[in-house]
Design a protein around this ligand. Structure first.
Ligand SMILES: [Zn+2]
Length: 232
């Protein structure tokens, strides 16, 4: 069973919030180092200038994906889409930083996927500690019935939990993601196993949806056996 992605076109909220092409951009605006288009900074990924590699005759710097935009130093921005990453790796980043950048599209994709995966687990753990996340089938069903559920997170091996009526509704409405297995999900909350949990905060749910989408877009199937878009 496929779990719809909360940021996909099936999400009504995402569609309604999508800016029109001629609408003015809100908030800080940056230029994509791939396609060169101006874009709201929150819709771009920041790339920080990394360490010096190579030697004096051919100096170059690495590029470091800075998903949270918090690292200090020089930065460039890029749309999180494969075409823009490729153009950025081929010369866009070197132009933006005005120095040689040693990276490839695959390198940027891998960094994006792994930092987005860390972001997902970080957001889940942080939400739990802030009491904006509840774990376990009973509390998830209750939160869904009471209209408090913002995002349902189902372990990829939690087929029984995925069949619960309330969880099915969340999946059908694009308010659910599949993540990790029951043991891995449980480990985030200090339990042996967690099949399903629910995020109760709009902002955290939004951030989780974005990070999860990046993992889905950029994970190569070879390395990310621990996540899946499907519940089995
Ligand atoms: Zn772009």
């Amino acid at each position: 069973m496929l779990v719809p992605d909360p940021t996909s076109k099936t999400s009504r909220a995402a569609r309604e919030q999508a800016p029109r092409d001629d609408a003015p951009l809100r908030g800080p605006v940056r230029t994509c180092a791939g396609c060169g288009k101006r874009e709201a900074a929150r819709d771009l990924v920041r790339i920080a200038l990394g360490e010096m590699v190579g030697d004096a005759s051919a100096p170059a710097h690495t590029a470091v994906v800075d998903l949270r935009g918090t690292s200090t130093g020089r930065g460039a921005h890029v749309h999180p889409v494969k075409e823009c990453l490729a153009k950025a790796a081929r010369g866009g980043l070197s132009r933006a930083f005005k120095c040689a950048i040693a990276t490839t599209a695959d390198d940027l994709s891998d960094q994006l996927a792994s930092s987005a995966a860390r972001r997902v687990t970080g957001l889940l753990g942080g939400a739990y500690r802030a009491r904006r996340l509840e774990a376990g089938s009973d509390v998830v069903v209750e939160a869904c019935r009471e209209g408090r559920a913002r995002l349902v997170v189902v372990a990829t091996d939690a087929s029984a939990a995925a069949k619960l009526t309330e969880v099915r509704e969340a999946i059908d409405e694009g308010r659910a993601i599949a993540w990790a297995n029951k043991r891995e999900l449980g480990a985030l909350f200090g339990r042996d196993e967690v099949a399903v949990c629910v995020v109760l905060d709009d902002g955290i749910a939004d951030e989780l949806g974005r990070a999860h989408q990046l993992v889905r877009s950029f994970s190569s199937t070879r390395s990310e056996a621990w996540w899946s878009p499907e519940v089995r």
